[in-house]
Design a binder for this molecule. Structure first.
Ligand SMILES: Nc1nc2c(c(=O)[nH]1)N[C@H]1C(S)=C(S)[C@@H](COP(=O)(O)OP(=O)(O)OC[C@H]3O[C@@H](n4cnc5c(=O)[nH]c(N)nc54)[C@H](O)[C@@H]3O)O[C@H]1N2
Ligand SMILES: Nc1nc2c(c(=O)[nH]1)N[C@H]1C(S)=C(S)[C@@H](COP(=O)(O)OP(=O)(O)OC[C@H]3O[C@@H](n4cnc5c(=O)[nH]c(N)nc54)[C@H](O)[C@@H]3O)O[C@H]1N2
Ligand code: SF4
Ligand SMILES: [Mo]
Length: 898
């Protein structure tokens, strides 16, 4: 050993981000106190050291305050008692067995998640489909990727993503369809932006609303919701009519081309027809077609605007058709590319987590059922496809399914008709949930058992990202309390059901190796998913596994970046098959009662139902409240005002959201975020209002276009609360809980007046250390509670038209002592050190607010985004906020002409 070797610091663990399907490599360095420093892994090919705002804030979400740490059993009174693992596992197994004996295996179901690791997913699927003999295993991927799976299987013959991320670096044209990439796949968006800056690639964004992704796109096509397949059918015709088909590729590798072209002509005979169906101008359509047709290196990437649609499978097929017909597939910089949502959306597809798949990308043909049966030595194979998520929940409602085990998903928020789902779960004979947290809307449905699962940071296993790259997630924290990995919980129950031998794994490496062996079993190139090279992986090799892209068969352990450049589709004749698309309906789904379409999706800094991102003050500062985006014309039509409130109702349910006017919104459409639930807001769970209409092939629900009505809602007063856990708002108040530095905050609106709120505040805070300011005439009440020289709580109330701003008080709440001379100044709501109000957070990494960025732009007409970075640091770390900074700059330039 060399004597001058530097002292080794704490060793970072190389793992993978648990959020989106980009699958960024993370270096986590535990701090020894339950937390960890987080950095991007410079050696991971997905991100090369970068992380977005959510990934960077992972260290702030590791706390145990909200975790479930022990197995819990519901008592007759509905409360929960702590029980031992032995008791919980015995009872779960006995309960399942009793129901299976009484009503047959098809009366039990699993509802899984793309946030499980491949190993967890594999054993869950194996238990149900091979040993219990129920096909009813479905997953939240049904809400996420099912249309892509169905589209790729119909057209390619297998669920194969042909390309890789490097294609986004080397494409000359990137078309983003139904994807808010800047917010939802931020690191890929940065790669695309880098390609633009360095190579001049062009970007086209196809989305009914103008999003951050479209901020500086070369062309933005704000098409009518649901009209994507008509647009791409028109593109296929354009390729044919301008002589840009790859006849050689079609001849050798594609079947059904002529019929598909004829079908496209039926849908969109000419440009005028496309314009009519999509609502786009003929000029814009023509420039899109010309650009696509004249650029050989084109990647068409998509996500939920395509998948979560009643025509999702057709939309996917329409895109694949154009790439196949022009031979633009599997070549560097060219190909269709599905951007997956969850960290292990792909892994779930690989193990067969979807109800219509079996395992290792095999389906339910009798030969495949028999092959899997032999490999597993399974006593009781499921014989036909199971129920897909929406149908599965109907079966729960109708009591055809009597026992359900939910893992790593929050269906009472995320499924359509969420209220009905919650009620249905409540009626199960046996309801089991494996969770990380102690409280969410699914747990509110009262499972009989809550099983404490290990969370990111504690888990060991693998995930597969959008480009088929398998990466290790490695634990770097000890298991807290009695939490256990999901795979362990499943195997323990399996053993208690009498399947000891088949579920006796020594660790996730053995599960992974078995999964790899199954992928290669009787494969010989007949199935796309083959990771035979890993079938003999030892624990050591598994622990050291470097990120690799499947297929990685025995003779190609280095993996495969691209497929299908020379055909080789996974169908009997090795050809891709173009599919006829349904003729789009011309009648709108809207009516006089429900004249608008409710579109739903994501915001930049929150992840789904916020069980993790909701813990970070930084991430909560960007968009703090559940807000519906409305076009100014619709706002005028329905009497809505910026920062007012609105009730959005559909046939299925209603929510009350804050209103923001968005000129980028599509007139006739509303956009609402999916993140808020009963856990953190009053009546903002948008899933409650979403329809259960599904795509005919994939069973994926249409989550982007529910007919809806909107009306303004008003309150007497508005305010905020910091600290004070015991404070209960009057009935019919509207509220959102927000993580702030130093604790919890509440933003609210209420029908109550000053006197009522003052009374409640006095009761909650007590007289000691309470400073107050009241002006009942103006509807003002402000109080601050000082304890041990610090601001322990504060409540500010103002009239509806003049909501108090909390930035300055939040700073004081987060900070240390408030000196006596400043205490009354606190009640002014102005910053104690004279600093200006921040406004909403734009840059989450450095906590830079909108007001500071606006002020900096206002200093001169020629200030650039780079200048803002130099001055305020905003946008210089993860870059997730760059599109917004650019937009603020553009607005400033409009307001302050040079
Ligand atoms: N910040 C953040 N990032 C995430 C997640 C998160 O919760 N937060 N979740 C991850 C997951 S699981 C997923 S699935 C992905 C989703 O990633 P995205 O699909 O990018 O996100 P969404 O906001 O659901 O929807 C994308 C866009 O589809 C548009 N759209 C609606 N209808 C149509 C239509 O008919 N045609 C077209 N072309 N577009 C339409 C919507 O207006 C919306 O802007 O994000 C992943 N990344
Ligand atoms: N209206 C509408 N609805 C939608 C969508 C939409 O765009 N619009 N998007 C859909 C899509 S694409 C998706 S992916 C879903 C997401 O919706 P959900 O999957 O329901 O949302 P999450 O908040 O991610 O739920 C994950 C739950 O699992 C827990 N958890 C996290 N990690 C683990 C783990 O390792 N083990 C266990 N046992 N538990 C864990 C978390 O605490 C959390 O409660 O929402 C879908 N629903
Ligand atoms: S882009 Fe962000 S959320 Fe997605 S994997 Fe990378 S760091 Fe995580
Ligand atoms: Mo998703």
């Amino acid at each position: 050993m060399r004597h001058d070797a530097p002292l080794a610091g704490p060793v970072p663990t190389r793992t993978t981000c648990p959020y989106c399907g980009v699958g960024c490599g993370v270096l986590a360095t535990p701090d020894g106190k339950g937390g960890a420093a987080i950095a991007g892994d410079p050696d991971h090919p997905a991100n090369r050291g970068r992380l977005c705002s959510k990934g960077s804030a992972l260290g702030e979400t590791l706390g145990l305050g909200t975790r479930v740490l022990h197995p819990l059993k519901r008592s007759a009174r509905g409360t929960y008692d702590r029980v031992s693992w032995e008791e919980a596992l015995d009872a779960v197994a006995a309960g399942l067995k009793a129901i299976i004996d009484r009503d047959g295996p098809e009366s039990v179901a699993l509802y899984l998640s793309g946030q499980l690791l491949t190993e967890d997913y594999y054993v869950a699927n194996k238990l149900m489909k091979g040993f219990i003999g129920s096909p009813h295993v479905d997953t939240n991927s049904r809400l996420c990727m099912a249309s892509t799976v169905a589209g790729q299987r119909r057209v390619f013959g297998s669920d194969t993503v042909p390309g890789c991320y490097e294609d986004l670096d080397s494409a000359d044209l990137i078309v983003l369809v139904g994807s808010n990439t800047a917010w939802c796949h931020p690191i890929l968006f940065r790669r695309i932006q880098q390609n633009r800056a360095e190579r001049g690639a062009k970007v086209v964004v196809i989305d009914p609303r103008v999003t951050a992704t479209a901020e500086d796109a070369d062309l933005t096509l704000a098409l009518k919701p649901g009209s994507d397949s008509a647009l791409f059918a028109g593109l296929l015709i354009h390729l044919a009519d301008t002589g840009l088909l790859d006849h050689d590729y079609i001849e050798r590798h594609v079947a059904g081309f002529e019929a598909a072209l004829a079908n496209a002509r039926d849908i969109a005979p000419n440009l005028a027809a496309v314009a009519n169906l999509t609502g786009l101008s003929k000029t814009d359509i023509a420039s899109f077609y010309a650009l696509w047709a004249s650029t050989p290196a084109v990647v068409t990437a998509w996500s939920q605007g395509v998948n979560q649609s009643a025509q999702g499978t057709d939309k996917v097929a329409a895109i694949l058709h154009c790439h196949l017909a022009s031979g633009r597939i599997g070549r560097p910089g060219a190909g269709p590319f599905s951007l997956t949502g969850q960290p292990n959306a792909m892994g779930g597809r690989e193990v067969g987590g979807l109800a219509n798949m079996l395992a290792a990308h095999m389906g339910y043909s009798s030969a495949e059922i028999d092959r899997v049966r032999r490999f597993w030595r399974a006593p009781r194979m499921a014989q036909a496809e199971g129920l897909k998520a929406v149908a599965m929940m109907e079966a729960v409602t109708e009591r055809r399914i009597k026992a359900m085990w939910v893992m790593a998903t929050n269906p009472a928020v995320s499924l359509p008709r969420a209220d009905a789902v919650q009620a249905a779960l409540r009626g199960l004979d046996l309801f089991i949930v494996s969770e990380n947290v102690l409280s969410n809307d699914t747990l509110a449905a009262g499972p009989h058992y809550i099983l404490p699962a290990a969370a990111w940071g504690e888990k060991d296993g693998t995930v597969t990202n959008s480009e088929r790259r398998i990466s290790r997630q490695r634990g770097f924290l000890a298991l807290p309390g009695e939490a256990k990995p999901d795979w362990w919980i499943i195997c323990e129950v399996a053993e208690r059901l009498g399947f000891e031998e088949a579920f006796d794994y020594g660790g996730p490496h053995e599960i992974y190796a078995e999964h790899a062996a199954l992928s290669a079993f009787e494969n010989a190139g007949s199935r796309d998913f083959d990771i035979g090279a890993h079938a003999e992986l030892t624990r050591r090799a598994y622990d050291g596994l470097a990120p690799v892209q499947w297929p990685a068969p025995v003779d190609r352990p280095e993996g495969t970046p691209r497929l299908f450049a020379d055909g080789g589709f996974f169908a009997a004749d090795r050809k891709a098959k173009l599919q006829p698309l349904a003729i789009p309906a011309l009648a709108a789904a809207t009516s006089d009662t429900f004249p608008l379409l409710l579109n739903t999706g994501r915001v930049r800094d929150h992840w789904h139902t916020m069980t993790r991102t909701g813990l970070s003050a930084r991430l909560s500062g960007h968009i703090a409240e559940p807000t519906v985006l409305v076009h100014p014309d619709d706002a005028a039509r329905f009497g809505l005002a910026e920062k007012g409130f609105a009730r959005i109702a559909t046939t299925h349910g209603a929510v009350i959201l804050k209103v923001a006017l968005d000129p980028g919104a599509q007139p006739g459409s509303l956009f609402a975020p999916i993140h808020w639930s009963a856990e953190n807001a009053s009546g903002a769970r948008v899933g409650a209002a979403v329809q259960p209409l599904v795509d005919p092939f994939s069973g994926q629900p249409e989550l982007k276009a529910t007919p809806a009505a909107i009306v303004p809602v008003s309150f007497r007063s508005r305010g905020f609360l910091l600290g004070a856990d015991g404070f209960v708002l009057p009935k019919r108040s509207w509220w959102t809980r927000v993580a702030v530095e130093g604790g919890q905050g509440l933003l609210f609106a209420t029908p109550a007046d000053v006197a009522e709120i003052m009374q409640l505040a006095r009761e909650a805070f007590g007289p000691e250390g309470l400073l107050e300011m009241v002006d009942a005439e103006r509807g003002l009440y402000r109080c601050a509670l000082i304890r041990d020289g610090r601001l322990a709580a504060a409540l500010f109330l103002g009239p509806d038209h003049d909501a108090p701003v909390w930035d300055a008080v939040k700073l004081a709440f987060a900070g240390g002592e408030v000196d006596p001379g400043q205490r009354l100044a606190l009640l002014s709501g102005r910053s104690l050190d004279g600093a200006a109000d921040q406004g909403p957070t734009v840059c989450a990494c450095f906590g830079v607010g909108l007001n500071a960025i606006r002020a900096a732009f206002a200093e001169g007409a020629t200030i650039t985004v780079e200048d803002i970075g130099r001055k305020l640091k905003a946008g210089t770390n993860c870059g997730s906020c760059l599109p917004e900074i650019r937009r603020i700059g553009a607005q400033a330039r409009v307001e302050v002409p040079a």
